[in-house]
Design a protein around this ligand. Sequence first.
Ligand code: NAD
Length: 339
Amino acid sequence: MKVIVTGGAGFIGSNFVFYMLKKHPDYQIICLDKLTYAGNLSTLKDVMDKPNFKFVKLDICDREGVYKLFEEEKPDVVVNFAAESHVDRSIENPEIFLEINIIGTSVLMDACRKYGIKRFHQVSTDEVYGDLPLDRPDLYFHEDTPLHTSSPYSSSKASADLLVGAYGRTYNLPVTISRCSNNYGPYQFPEKLIPLMIQRALNDEKLPVYGDGKNVRDWLYVEDHCKAIDLILENGKPGEVYNIGGHNEMHNIDIVKLICDYLDKPYSLIEHVTDRKGHDRRYAIDPDKIHSELGWLPETMFKDGIKKTIQWYLDNKEWWENIISGDYQNYYEEMYGNK
Ligand code: NAD
């Protein structure tokens, strides 16, 4: 089995590459990544020399390059993680999100049609469903919940999901889609909530929390997400959507306090900043379908996963210190001011 993993130098994609190389040593894994600001080749250093792994620097929007790669490699499966993935950046600059997340996905699927494929899997997000009110804890997102997006990021992901469904129906492309809640774990770019707070707390810097911090997210340890995708590739039905979530809803502010507690830092570091435009209040996934049809359940409890994650950032300072220097520092200052 030959699997192309797009976006495999990013957070979830790299964890998926590691998971697949370990779980399926007989598979060939090809990582296709443009290496944007969010992609980091050093993340893949331990697998670069493996005979069943190959890295290809390529933009998923580069039709000619993608076709050439498919012609040469003849992959069986494509798992598409490649995307612009940060909501705040999409608010500042929507255009690149449309190009990469929508056009890029269609280029990959055109290559799948042209060269034949056993499965195209689209990695999507619970954000395509919009948000739920805070005072209705009984409500969850199901696979048939209407798409109702709030940000340019989630709109671009929802558009891609619709295109994937259309390619499945119109061209009989064997497609599946997974919509997952917020991931956390090793190798997450430090602009996202958990790594941002860990690295700033470690440096005794202010911890910027949007608005009242009461927004609710459902958190899943990244390896559990990787296992779910692997199961969908093996046993999922073409044409189907699978929600993936941890039933682990938490207020953002409580996550930040927990990180302070683990690192023995004072809550006085927390600083409430102007809320994100259009900020979704609550996301909550109902993962019953993937549980009942494919037998998936999250295995990592949040209390264990967050400890492992904090320890990883403590043990891998060089990885994130390289990232937060340079361009990222300019971006951070633009978003939150020079705090
Ligand atoms: P990330 O930003 O850490 O990584 C994205 C990767 O894609 C990077 O390596 C980047 O270089 C690459 N990339 C970007 N544009 C590309 C292009 N044009 N061609 C080739 N490669 C390109 O993102 P992530 O958090 O790992 O998310 C991966 C996927 O999972 C995304 O599609 C995202 O929408 C989805 N998702 C993320 C979460 C989450 O909590 N992070 C939750 C649900 C779904």
